[in-house]
Design a protein around this ligand. Structure first.
Ligand code: ZN
Length: 281
């Protein structure tokens, strides 16, 4: 099996330091966390921006500062979030694509939040998804297509049919969100989703909360890739907060090696994903 691409989701758009005081929020903290995760074996960092008060934003200036600070420290692949978080409009979220990151996340459908703004809608209509994908294509930013349920595969296929995404199609199965419209973090759902992978696709797995460790380990066995980090899971084990994002990456790299999936370096991940070289941007 190929090497394992480990993504570290460092911050997220939901909880703050009240949930885990080790959550990096400001650009310098995020850049340091990215460096630590890179040293621990991460090839990609998935980034969210926060304003000075810690509130989620897709301000391209803050994103650009984070990306520049990460790149100054190491060659890890940068992936900005266009999902942002509660309270951001689709237009505000699209600003993340203005930044010259290597990749950007792309939510493949609409969900209704049950926490952090309960009842608010994470709106991702088909035409919005297409316009995000087009903007990424025009800038050679690789989309990380986030799929939370089977119905979102329909929208992945729509982008493929319309030539709005390039091979290898990179799909992140995100399981365990409490949102309406998202599947629970159970192995049977991951096994089922894989059946619907389009030809030419590579998959990554994000498990939220207690699903992070089992589902990202299952992904290794199934030939997929793994995303861990404090965005998805603030605990190291039940009741014990993680000390850092790097602590979660270290465990993932250790398990991967035991299972014969050596972690991919950023350079190797760039080849697998067919991204441009480090320094090309
Ligand atoms: Zn995210």
């Amino acid at each position: 099996m190929s090497k394992l691409i480990i993504t570290a989701a460092l911050t997220g758009g939901f909880h703050g330091r009240d949930a885990n005081p080790n959550l990096p929020e400001q650009p310098d903290e995020i850049a340091q966390a990215a460096y630590d995760c890179w040293q621990a074996g991460a090839a990609i960092v998935h980034l969210h921006a926060r304003d000075k008060s810690g509130k989620v934003t897709c301000d391209p200036q803050i994103y650009a500062e984070i990306v520049a600070k990460v790149r100054a420290r190491c060659d890890v692949i940068t992936q900005v979030s266009t999902g942002g978080g509660p309270g951001l409009t689709p237009e505000e979220r699209s600003k993340a694509i203005e930044v010259d990151a290597d990749m950007a996340s792309l939510n493949m459908g609409t969900m209704v939040r049950t926490r952090w703004g309960e009842g608010s809608i994470g709106l991702n209509t088909r035409s919005q998804i297409e316009s995000y994908a087009k903007a990424m294509l025009d800038k050679s930013i690789k989309p990380e297509m986030e799929v939370y349920s089977h119905s979102m595969i329909v929208d992945v296929n729509n982008l493929i049919e319309k030539n709005l995404v390039k091979e290898p199609y990179y799909i992140d199965f995100v399981l365990g969100m409490t949102n309406q419209g998202a599947l629970p973090g159970e192995p049977k759902h991951l096994l089922s989703l894989i059946e619907y992978l389009p030809e030419g696709a590579i998959f990554n797995v994000s498990g939220v909360g207690p699903a992070q460790l089992p589902l990202t380990t299952l992904a290794m066995l199934l030939g997929g890739h793994s995303r861990v980090g404090l965005e998805d899971n603030i605990y190291y084990t039940k009741g014990i907060l993680a000390k850092s994002n790097a602590q979660l990456v270290e465990r993932t790299a250790r398990i991967a090696r035991e299972l014969g999936r050596e972690p991919a370096s950023p350079g190797e991940a760039r080849q697998i994903l067919q991204l441009g070289a480090y320094g090309a941007r």
